[in-house]
Design a protein around this ligand. Structure first.
Ligand code: C2O
Ligand code: CU
Ligand code: CU
Length: 526
């Protein structure tokens, strides 16, 4: 057997995935604590005044376990918020009622390869995929969305996304604001036609280069919602669920953001900073303490302006010619470019309420992998553009292929040096690079431009992340403790149009001891 065939085997029943009703992991010995039904299908949502908008959406139902395992966001096209606890055994029966193949990925969760929603697992319309897994992640703000190859952008854009909130004992002991004091905010930009229907373009030069940027920003599926809050502390769970837009969040009255968590859960201690930058796919957990505010006052959550050169740069042959100076090679501009000042939501303080909330100085303890030593030499991963195509490590996606550098040992730790260098064409973009499996740690950043530094004012590199924004010119070193599950996983740009065009690669996780082919095969059958 060739190495490639072994890896194909490691792709775990990839092939059987398309046969639909036959599903993985549905073992009689698996007794779930929580069982959910999740369906992706067509529907409508009231987004703009006037006609309802046709969307694709997730709907769900709790079949077993705590009724709060699913939490519907009223009037939103977003999928129900899934609430799980570390250690729970979960079964999710996913039905594809879309007119095209799909599969669900649990972004940020450490899943067995077969449960990760790799595009090779897509199921056809009318079929069902049964996920079975144990929640091993720490408390955090994760999310779920479809992941079929080349169709992730349009499917997410159509409305298919939802939050997955995990809690654990460490988090519960903090008594963070919960119930009505916990507010989820999913940021997504969209464009509409005159009939209030979603407009999506993926094929144009602009979308090809920059990804799709809508001209209205929705929060939980509504434009500029207003939250009537009391004089107490609130917990905001923020997700940038946009296809390509990068937000530099800030409160309009200058209050700093109190960040308590990133992609991979709580920080060790809270951080206060004037801005919070969220690239597509990233999340943040933020405390807003209104206890000393006056009733009757209001302020906004905004995305602060920054030069779009910070995230898209075009420098012909490295000769220092900026945008528009490259002899007709100017970067095309969206009607609402990245870096535009945006008003996202309003907080209105409408009542007085006593609250005794006090944010602890110590939030969490990181597992030892935060300080683990890498076992092999750093790997260099380049982000580049060639012949009209974004590349990852000089390649485009292939459903089953991995290179030697893309083969890692389960549970081992590596440094990956992500280099957003300047190609011959001088075409550069900021790319949010996402890894499936375990969360990683940002070790260093080098080579940021002056314009980029303005966006970087909102970076939080102090916590676990599964998505890191790599600005033009930057080299970002991340330390990754890989998942202990063997099999195929993905890393890719989370600008969904870049991902769809193939700025995505597999990495193969192999068991620690060099396995014989038979052993690999056996492990995956069991
Ligand atoms: Cu959020 Cu591979 O994706
Ligand atoms: Cu993911
Ligand atoms: Cu990209």
């Amino acid at each position: 057997m060739t190495r490639r065939e072994v890896l194909r085997l490691m792709g775990v029943g990839a092939v059987a995935g398309t046969s639909g009703r036959l599903c993985f992991g549905q073992s009689p010995s698996f007794v779930p604590d929580v069982e959910l039904a999740l369906r992706a299908g067509a529907g409508t949502a009231p987004i703009l005044p006037g006609a309802a908008t046709r969307v694709w959406r997730f709907t769900g139902e709790v079949l077993k376990g705590p009724p709060r395992s699913l939490d519907v966001i009223p009037d939103s096209y977003l999928g129900p918020t899934i609430r799980l606890q570390t250690g729970q055994k979960v079964r999710i029966r996913f039905t594809n009622a879309l007119p095209e193949p799909s599969i669900v990925h649990w972004h940020g969760m450490d899943m067995p390869s077969a449960m990760d929603g790799h595009p090779h697992s897509v199921i056809d319309p009318g079929h069902e995929f049964i996920y079975e897994f144990e929640v091993t992640n720490r408390a955090g703000t994760y999310w779920y969305h479809p992941h079929p190859h080349s169709r992730t952008g349009p499917q997410v854009y159509s409305g298919l996304a939802g939050l997955l909130l995990v809690s654990d004992a460490e988090e519960r002991a903090l008594n963070l604001p919960s119930g009505p004091e916990e507010i989820v905010c999913v940021l997504q930009d969209r464009s509409f036609d005159a009939d209030s229907q979603l407009r999506y373009v993926a094929g144009g030069m602009m979308e090809h280069v920059q990804g799709f940027l809508g001209d209205r920003v929705l929060v939980n599926g509504v434009e500029r919602p207003s939250f009537a809050l009391a004089t107490r502390a609130y917990r905001f769970r923020l997700l940038n669920g946009s296809n390509a837009r990068i937000y530099k969040l800030g409160w309009s009255d200058g209050t700093p953001l109190t960040v308590i968590g990133t992609d991979g859960g709580l920080l060790q201690r809270p951080i206060e900073q004037p801005y919070l930058t969220l690239a597509p796919g990233q999340r943040a957990d933020v405390i807003l303490d209104l206890s000393r505010r006056d009733v009757g006052t209001a302020f906004e959550l905004r995305s602060a302006p920054y030069s779009s050169n910070a995230v898209d740069a075009m420098d012909m042959m490295g000769m220092g010619m900026g945008r528009g100076m490259g002899g007709g090679m100017a970067m095309p501009q969206a009607s609402l470019p990245n870096g535009s000042l945006l008003s996202l939501l309003t907080v209105h303080i409408d009542r007085h309420e006593e609250s005794a909330f006090h944010l602890p100085e110590r939030l969490s303890t990181f597992e030892s992998s935060w300080d683990a030593e890498p076992t092999v030499a750093a790997r260099r991963v380049t982000l580049g553009f060639q012949q009209g195509q974004w590349l990852l490590d000089g390649r485009i996606f292939d459903m089953h292929d991995t290179t030697l550098e893309e083969t890692v040992v389960a549970g081992s730790t590596q440094i990956w040096e992500i280099v957003n260098s300047q190609g011959m064409m001088g075409m550069q973009m900021a790319h949010p690079i996402h890894l499936h499996g375990r969360q990683f740690r940002v070790m260093s950043r080098e080579g940021m431009s002056t314009a980029g530094a303005v966006v970087a004012q909102g970076f939080v590199d102090a916590g676990w992340q599964d998505t890191v924004l790599v600005l033009p010119g930057e080299t970002v070193r991340v330390k990754i403790p890989f998942t202990r599950h063997p099999g195929l996983y993905l890393y890719h740009c989370h600008i969904l149009e870049h991902e769809d065009m193939g700025m995505m690669r597999n990495f193969a996780v192999r068991p620690p001891a060099a396995p014989t082919v038979n052993r690999v095969a056996r492990e995956f059958r069991s």
